[in-house]
Design a binder for this molecule. Structure first.
Ligand SMILES: NC(=O)c1ccc[n+]([C@@H]2O[C@H](COP(=O)([O-])OP(=O)(O)OC[C@H]3O[C@@H](n4cnc5c(N)ncnc54)[C@H](OP(=O)(O)O)[C@@H]3O)[C@@H](O)[C@H]2O)c1
Length: 345
């Protein structure tokens, strides 16, 4: 397939790398133009292009940019995109980063808003997994603890094509129904970023409470904003699992919660220290990799604009990766459901 990826940040580059590994040709772009994408091209094997070329005659298009940026996409961007080519929406709405979007604030489903702005149907996928897990937790089909992802949309053929891709990338996948049901894995819901298995995911989707999600999301976002930059995404996923009612009896789940509260209070990332100290406690770590591989994406769990780290513009956990001053967004808050007690309760 020829795949276009708009957005070359955490999610866009993680997906581009996966698609390249599957042998697809990948065009990738960002807001600053192809010249700024040499490192991403080197790391992913994708071809940097200017935004106007990304959707031209591709078989599948991925939108991996902050939701606030969707309206600023060129109006004729999709004129060259065949009607049969699915558009994948990976977006999550964070008022703190995106500013208040009135339609969504009054209840519109995030991907329905994106579809309306684009003027084309979309398939919602890859929004409910943190970039770090997307990059490092892919497993062969049939493997124990393989992470399952929900995919939803109104066009069955398009949805099935995306679901087949998810499976080939290394994740189990379930049909989460029409786009009108995609709220069940928006930020603030149980199915948002706990890296569930194929048995756990349907239960979590059913447990979603629509009215509670925005409050849960914002509560957790406030907690995230106070966490040290280099807080590990896998620690946050561990707490998201706990909040979703998974791993309740795993000591490391509660240790991760403690780490968050102590780190918040003292502003230092105590997780690595605690991890070393307790590593013998249990080797549970179900499909959670304790050690971060050198390719680990920036572990900052929250939109940069809300973090205290602007000065360096360099991501502590990935010193080789220079962050452009313009890049103010990007939410690693995928793993945002964190608090001692589930903020959504
Ligand atoms: N990070 C995660 O773990 C995660 C997980 C699931 C879903 N998501 C969702 O995925 C989306 C992207 O998040 P991210 O973490 O990948 O963000 P990110 O790391 O900040 O990357 C954002 C990318 O979008 C590009 N961009 C911004 N505005 C654009 C525009 N108008 N036209 C073209 N490109 C534009 C940026 O380009 P410049 O650098 O040139 O500005 C950058 O390459 C968000 O909606 C987020 O909620 C994120």
């Amino acid at each position: 397939m020829k795949i276009g990826v708009i957005g070359a940040g955490n999610i866009g580059s993680a997906l581009a790398g996966h698609f390249r590994r599957l042998g697809h040709s990948v065009l990738i772009t960002n807001s600053r133009g192809r010249e700024s994408l040499s490192q991403v091209a080197q790391e992913t094997g994708a071809t940097p292009v200017d935004i106007s070329e990304t959707a031209r005659r591709v078989d599948l298009l991925v939108i991996a940019i902050p939701m606030k940026s969707v309206p600023s996409l060129p109006k004729d961007l999709l004129s060259g995109l065949p009607a049969s080519s699915p558009i994948v929406d990976t977006g999550n709405y964070y008022p703190l980063r995106d500013g208040a979007i009135p339609e969504i604030e009054s209840g519109m489903i995030e991907s329905e808003w994106t579809s309306r702005v684009l003027g084309r149907p979309v398939i919602k996928a890859f929004n409910s997994i943190v970039a770090d897990s997307l990059l490092h937790q892919a497993l062969r089909r049939g493997s124990k603890g393989r992470i399952a992802l929900p995919v939803s949309g109104d066009d069955l053929k398009s949805k099935q094509r995306v679901m087949a891709l998810v499976d080939k990338m290394g994740f189990d996948v379930i049909d989460a129904g029409p786009l009108s049901e995609s709220w069940r894995y928006q930020p603030g819901t149980p199915a948002y970023c706990p890296d569930p298995t194929i048995d756990q995911l349907p239960v979590l989707l059913r447990r979603a409470i629509r009215d509670k999600a925005p409050c849960n999301r914002d509560q957790a976002a406030k907690i995230m904003a106070k966490l040290p930059l280099d807080f590990s995404p896998q620690e946050l996923v561990r707490v998201a699992r706990l909040s979703a009612g998974l791993d309740t009896w795993k000591p490391k789940s509660w240790i991760a919660v403690c780490c968050i509260w102590v780190s918040r209070l003292c502003g230092l990332n105590v997780a690595p220290l605690v991890r070393q100290g307790t590593s013998y406690l249990s080797n549970s770590g179900q499909n959670h990799d304790e050690t971060e591989s050198p390719r680990t994406l920036c572990s900052c769990p929250f939109p940069y604009s809300a973090h205290r780290s602007d000065a360096g513009n360099i991501c502590k956990s990935n010193p080789g990766r220079q962050r452009s001053p313009r890049r103010q967004s990007g939410d690693r808050a995928g793993h945002e459901a964190v608090s001692r007690r589930d903020p959504r309760s």
